[in-house]
Design a protein around this ligand. Structure first.
Ligand code: ADP
Length: 190
């Protein structure tokens, strides 16, 4: 599904974030990328979603050569990826439910589908009883679960999460991991 082929990323002449990275991920896999702070994990993610371009090497997502994708096809490409960012990025003026349904509205889905899909994912991350709250009213773990629900709403082929348990206590971290495992069981590559 995903191949990083000898990928390097230099931000400028002095900063080499990634050098000769080579790995592949199969459909249905649950993979972890671990490394100390500054190792280049976020950079790798930003290359995958094409927020940055590699300095050399190639990134293949199924049949797509990511770095060569025409700009106008980027939204379509990114819709196939569900991304949970480290800083979560929920919309602060929308409730949890609205945060998820908004992602579907943008895609022009019909009202019934929006409601059903939103409910399904709220249930999946066990936040049905919190759906009318705003992000600031949720705990860190709940916000992280909400971000996962939102990233999944569009049924992505691949879910990528940047340090999804980073700021959480062990109980909440375990809960997130268990949710990710459940999602993986339904066929989503993580
Ligand atoms: P990690 O996510 O593993 O902590 P990062 O990918 O954030 O690592 O960073 C890898 C290296 O690239 C670090 O040395 C960091 O300072 C550098 N870096 C990250 N983003 C930029 C940027 N936009 N400009 C310059 N250097 C950057």
């Amino acid at each position: 599904m995903l191949l990083f082929d000898k990928v390097s990323k230099k931000y400028d002449q002095d900063i080499t974030a990634l050098e000769d990275i080579h790995f592949s991920i199969d459909k249905g896999e649950f993979s972890f990328l671990v490394g100390p702070s500054g190792a280049g994990k976020t950079t790798l993610l930003r290359l995958l979603i094409r927020e940055e371009l590699p300095s050399s090497g190639s990134i293949l997502f199924e049949d797509i050569e990511v770095a060569k994708l025409p700009r106008k096809l980027l939204p379509m490409y990114r819709q196939r990826l569900g991304v949970v960012f480290q800083d979560i990025k929920l919309l602060p003026t929308k409730t949890l439910e609205e945060n998820i349904s908004f992602a579907l509205e943008i895609l022009g889905k019909e009202n019934k589908e929006i409601k059903d899909t939103t409910d399904y994912h709220l249930e999946l991350v066990k936040l049905q009883d919190r759906k009318h709250l705003f992000p600031r009213q949720l705990s860190g773990g709940e916000q992280q679960r909400a971000a996962i629900a939102r990233a999944l709403a569009n049924s992505p082929d691949l879910l990528v999460a940047d340090e999804p348990t980073g700021n959480l206590d062990p109980d909440n971290a375990m809960q997130i991991l268990n949710i990710l495992k459940e999602i993986n069981k339904t066929g989503t590559t993580i």
